[in-house]
Structures are given as structure tokens and as C-alpha cells.
Design a protein around this ligand. Sequence first.
Ligand SMILES: Nc1ncnc2c1ncn2[C@@H]1O[C@H](COP(=O)(O)OP(=O)(O)OP(=O)(O)O)[C@@H](O)[C@H]1O
Length: 850
Amino acid sequence: MTSTSSNPLSPAGQDETPSVAGTSASASGQFNSNENGDESSPLLSEGAPGEDDCEAGESSDSDSDKDEVILSVYWKNGKLGAAAYSLQNPVIFVVNDIVDDFLLGFKVLQSLFLQIQPTQVVTCKNMQPKFIHLLNNLLLGEMESRDQDLHANLHLFPDAEFRNDNSLRQVFTLRLPGEPDEYPEDEHKQFIRSLIDTSQDSMINALARLLKYLNNNLAWLCLSQQENKILGIRNMCIDQQVWINYETYRALQIFTHTAHPSLFKWTPDAHKEGLSIFGLFNRCCSKLGTKFMRTTMLQPTTNLSELTKRHEVITFCMNPAHEDVVKKMQGCIRQVQSISGMLPRLLAAQATIPQWKSLKKTNHNVLLLREICCQFADGVPFFQEAKSAIPEALYRVGHIMERIIDFQTSEQMKRFVVLPGVDNDLDKMKHTYANLSEMMMELSPLELQDLPDYIEECSVLFLPEIGFLVSIPMWKDYLTKEEMQIPGFKFKFIADRLIHYKSPRCRELDMSLGDIYLRISELELRIMLRLVQYIQQHIDSLLDSLSYVGELDCLISFAEVAKEFGYVKPTMTSEQEILIEKGRHPLQECCVSSYVPNDTFSGKTHGLVKILTGPNASGKSVYLKQVAVIAYLAHTGSFVPAKKAVLGILDQIHTRIQTTESAASQLSAFLIDLRQMNTAVCMATKSSLLIVDEFGKGTSEVDGLSLLTAFLTHLIRRGPNNCPHVILSTHFHRLVDLIGKSPLIKTYVLEHIVSEGELVYLFQLKAGQIRSSLAIEVAKANGIQPAQVNRATEILNALKDGSSITPILNHKKMQPTKMEEDFMKFFCSLELENDPNIVEVLKTRFLELK
Ligand SMILES: Nc1ncnc2c1ncn2[C@@H]1O[C@H](COP(=O)(O)OP(=O)(O)OP(=O)(O)O)[C@@H](O)[C@H]1O
């Protein structure tokens, strides 16, 4: 893999990172601490060193090995953010928020550990127990390999310290050596914002806590406050994952949230998916599949074997001979439900009957799916995995549930009812309980014998918790309290003109059988608890199986889209190349009547830097996005919209396409552009793809052109072995001349023809370069007023010739009036030479005309 996939915190990792061109010098890690030992750059500007407020014990061993790597992680709402620092490479690395959760096995957290190999971990103690448990285990593994004590290294801090506002404030206390000392507060904040994306809540929380931890442990870490030991801050890639930031996701329309159109359904969170890649691909038939697809799209992978595995499933599902099998699989998947929501209730033995039913149905269908997968295991490793991903133990779980729960009666009684044959005592009690009515019928005549003669009828009944009662219809319309008293019988209550009494016989029955219902319920509850305990042992297997089902659903969905739109399987290689034949933009091709496909060849032999020019609206942006989307899709395991695609594994996809100004970012549009460009140039390796659409248009042409030239020159100077794939479009036609010649650069235009002043777009990419964006022709074709088009043409011609341009306000006067024309004619007819009265003559004639 590429250099970024190694531990970036190692000193070697630092060396491999290129130095930075552009604004953010500190991000390069090339700065040294303040040479004068000036106290104006402390490690952190706030907080008292030497104390630590964490709950776990701290190692205060000042002689400890100083190869300390501190990782701070924060996980909330399914998003993990992290920040890390090592003493040997004193740069902070941040990992922007990324989807990770226990259903996905916290894969991101695990690869972060493998990559960073932290010696200290800082996190919030209110994280889910599963998260803390995993951290413990990971750290334990790490510590075992280093022969260190676990508890000295896991630091849990209260939740209150991870509040976004406080965290951001803490982050702004960070002073970096690249920043001028005299920066006022606002500019300092803007400087920090230009380095990291402050909208990434989890990352900011993790970073803030890391800074606080470092600040409180200066002495222990052998850092002096005078010495600035944080030399920079950089974004970090996670191993086996393609680095893509949120701006790129937005620019490529991977996800698009639009507010819900229904006024009734409107809430601040009511979003629905707009036109997006996710929307196009999501044909999953279960929530698990949709969730898996979202995660897959948020975690494009560089793992070749994983991608090959996904491709094989898609190929299988696209085969017309397997249509029925796929339908059967989908039938099962539809019945599978995500049980994570019901888990707390289930494990607390409080699951409702519908929840038990859904658990049983889910388990049953997961096993059916396993059987289908096993039938086709030969040649499809993903199906082979079904055996281990869906363990046989689940058969037993299903069998036990079926054997124990009487679903039909449970539904009627709205409580957990156990089937006969599970417990002898229970069966006996139920038998007695079932025979109670017969017994009570036999008792009624006996009770009537003991009653006064004026009472002609009675019955015996049983009420749970009250016990046995004699029920007598009212023998008079109105009965006084005294009249209701019957010797030997104790009055209980009246309901529906029936008076209920406790007789001596009832009291005896209460003693022997009265709590039978309660005992039955208690025994059934105990059986349920045992069942829950058993299920709990297999819950992880069930959750793993659900993740397998989600993945299968997602891959079937990929296959359906690939089939419908004619996508092909990309060949993934470890070479530095992107070879796409007749590529298409998956969304754009659905929006135009006929889409023109285009090729993309990038690599050492084809050139790594492509500069695209073309008239406005000739298809440059669409082409750039098309390449990025195809490259991106290939790393999700999906097929791609092209005739043929061979793609070298990419470690990062950067784009500078769309500027989303937001109040939250508090950066101007141009600063956002700069940050995106700077991040790309700093991070990109030879295996990265940079897509740049019209960088520099947010400032003056000269400034924009200069910056773009500088960024590009920096990348090209890295040579064929280190230059990333760069595809950029620009209206700065002098760019190519300014950069100079290099075999790495190839120039392209999007074909068009101008016929009789009319511009016709062909959208076909061809080698070449244009010198004009034909904006005036575009304006004409798009209904701009002829007067404005003419004036624009006039100015353009004047600029080309270098002649002067008459300001628009004087322009009208340029058109001579009739009087002026007459005057000019008269003027031309004069013999001017040697006429001393010429001025007087002219004046007189002018006044005459006026
Ligand atoms: N390959 C294509 N086939 C068919 N239509 C296309 C193709 N590419 C682009 N178009 C159409 O052209 C329109 C303009 O494309 P695009 O926005 O990419 O132009 P542009 O060159 O980037 O323009 P500008 O320089 O003004 O930003 C698209 O909205 C789409 O309708």
C-alpha cells in the first residue's frame, strides 16, 4: 500500500509526507519549534500542566520509554472521530468522523488501533459498554505485545468534557508554529479552521480531549512548556480505506438530503434522499441492507480481496440463470429484521410477543438464507462464508424458541406462554388450572346447600389474585348492607348485580390452589429468563449473521443496478493507473436524452496530469465528476458505468469542485477552496486522485492562476513515481504555458463546433487545448440580449487588440447625433491649412447647427 497507510505517527511516516506548498505550512510538519526559546509558543496556551483529572491511574514513571503514542477517540451517533499524537513525530493526526458501530464490528476502530498502535488511549467513560470493552481488549492486545499494564493506559473522562462548544474552544487554544504570533483571535480561529474541518463533531471532541490530556501531562511526557511540541496538524487516512472527505461526498452527490416535501411530515430531521448515487443504488429490501449500503458507501475500501469477493457475488446475481435464486434470497432477506432495537428489552426479559415473533422469524429466515448460500458455495467465496458467518448454533436457537414458546396462546393472552412438554410441574399446574372450571361447576350445588333458602342460585368462580368466590345474583332490586350479610359467608364486592362472597370452602381452595395462576406465571417467567440467557450466548452470532444478510442485500442491489444500466466489472490492480473506456456519469446519463461516453487514461505512460479546457457548458464538470464517481464506485465493490475499466487501487480521492459555504465553517468561499486544495496537495500520494474544477475562480484571475500554477507545479515536480492522478478543468488558458512542458501533462478539450456564430456541443473528449471559453457564444445561445452580447464582443475584441475600451457610460455619446454628423461633414470640407480664422469659423458653424 501507499505511504499513508503505514503508521503516520512513526518518524518514517513523517519523512514520507511531502512538504507543503500553499497556505498551511504547519500541516507539513516541516517546522521547528521556536528557535529563540520564546515563551510565546507554549505547547498549549491554556491549562495547568502536571495534573491529570482522569479517573484511571496514571503512570508517573518519568523514565518510561518515551515512544508514547496517544490516541483519543470519541464515538457518538454511530460516528467515530479520532486524534493521535506521538512523541517521536510531534504532529497531531486527526481522523474525520466516520461511520462505525458494533453491528459492523467497530472495524474502523480496530484498523485505527492496528495502524497507530497506541500506548495511551483517551476516551469518554459514558461510551457504550461494548465500545469500552473493545477498547480494553484492543489495548490489552497492544500492551501484551509490549509487556505493559493495561489500566495505566486507558483514560476515561466524564461526558461533560466532551461537549461540542467546550471542545471547539479547547481546539482553538492550540497554537502552531506556522502561525504568526500577533494573529488576532478571529484570524487565529480562521487559521485553525483552514487546517481541520471543525464541523466534524466526534473528531473535534477527540482532539480537544487529546490536547487537554497533553496539557495536563507535560511533565510526564517530558515536554517543557517553553518548547512547542505540536508542530502541525494533519488529516490521516485509515488503513484499507479510501480517504474521502464530506465535501467530496457532497460534490459527487453520493448522498443528497432534501427536506421532506410534505408539510405534515416536516421536522428538522425529516429528510429524504434526493437525486444521488445512494438513491440510485439503494434497492435493498431490508433496513439492514440499506444500512450496510450506506456504510459501504461511506467506507470505500482498498482491500483487493474484499473487492474481488463483492464482484463475485454481483457477477453471480447478474447471471440470468440465477434469477430465481436471487428472488428466493430476497424473499428471505425481506423477512429479516434488525433486532438491535429490541435487544435491550429482550435481554431484560421484557420483550413483547411481537418482538419474540420477529426474533424467531428473523432467525428462521437467516437460516434459510444460509441454506441457499451453501448450495452455491462452490466458486463464490462469499457464499462459502455463510457457513461461518451464520453459525449452525442458530438452528438450535430457533429450535429452542419453537419448542418453548406457545406463540398462538401468547398472542391471545398477550404474555409469554410456554408450550406443554417443557416442564412437568408447569404442565401439572396448567392441567389443574384448566380443570378448575369443571371443579367449580361441581362445587356450586354444594355451596347452594349452605346458603339461605331465599337464594335460589349461585356459582363458583376464580379470579387471579383474589382467588375463589361464590357469586350470587341479587335476590331483590334493592338490598341494604344488613340484608346482604349471610352467616358464614364474607361479603367481598358487587359487580353487574352479582354479589361475591368468600365461603369457608373457597378459603380452603385458596389455600391449596389459590395462587396457581401466579405460580404458573412465575414458572413461565423463569423459563423465559433461561431462554433469554441462552439466546444471549448466541446474540453476537445472530448480530454477525445480520451483518452478513445486510451485505448480501446490498450486493444484490448493486447487481440489480449494474444489470439495469449496463455496468461492467472493474479490474482492480495495484498499478498506478486509471484506464476507463467509454465511461459515463451514472446520474447524468439518467438526466439527458443521449449521454456521450468518454475515455480516461491516466498513468505513467498516459500522463498523470490532465488539463481540460472547453467552452462553458461543454461538459467539463460532468466529465471530472464522472471519473471521480467511477473510481469511487469501484472502491465500494460495485460495477461501474463504462465499457471497460481498469483501476489501480486509490488511497485517497480529493475534489475541489463545489464550495459549500456554511455559517458553521465560518470560512469564505475562497478559503474553503484553498483548504480543500491544500489538504489535497499535502496528503496526496502517487495512488491518489485529485479532481479540480476551476480552482481560483473565487479571486482575481491573476491570483487564482498563480496559485493554481503553484499547486500544480508542486505536484508535477514530484515526478512520475510520486505524482498523483490529477484531472483539472480551467478557464485559465495560460495555465499550460505557465507550467511548461512535461511528459506528465496532457491537455484535452471537450469537442464543440461553432457554425454561423452558433455553438454546438459534442461533449466528446479529445486531445488539444482552446484559447477561449466562447462565453459570448454561450451567452448568445442562452438568450442574453443582443445589445449586451454586442457590447461584450466589442470589449473582448478591444482586449484582444490591446485597444482602449470606452467606458459604458460614455458609450452612448460615441453614436454621433445628426447635428454632430453635419458638423463633422462641414469640418472635413474645410481647407484647414493656413487659415487663421479657423476657430472662429468652426464656432459660428457649430452655433448655427445647434
Ligand atoms: N457527456 C455528456 N453527454 C451529454 N450531455 C452532457 C455531457 N456532459 C455534459 N452534458 C450536458 O452539459 C451540461 C453542462 O455540463 P457541465 O456543467 O459539465 O459544463 P462545464 O463545461 O463544466 O461548464 P462551465 O465551464 O460553465 O462550468 C450538463 O448539465 C449536461 O446536461
